[in-house]
Design a protein. Structure first.
Length: 72
């Protein structure tokens, strides 16, 4: 669990550090996915559910309380 939490915290930190105004959520998803795979981890949202979730992260834009699908 400790190792898993360290990987998650590291990736979350990298994702936060790369944010810029006007950035696409698709770019964040791509980076997070790459980092997860590089650390032998699997993105839990990916392919989840009956209508498989198509991305590695759920993201809310501008503090909207909704899990959205990253796009451009």
């Amino acid at each position: 669990m400790r190792e898993t939490c360290e990987v998650a915290a590291s990736i979350l930190g990298k994702a936060g550090a790369m944010l810029e105004p006007g950035m696409c959520s698709e770019d964040i998803d791509a980076m997070v996915h790459s980092e997860l795979v590089a650390n032998n981890a699997y993105p839990s949202p990916l392919l989840y559910g009956r209508s498989p979730f198509p991305k590695s992260i759920c993201i809310s834009v501008n503090e909207v309380a909704l899990h959205g699908i990253p796009d451009d």
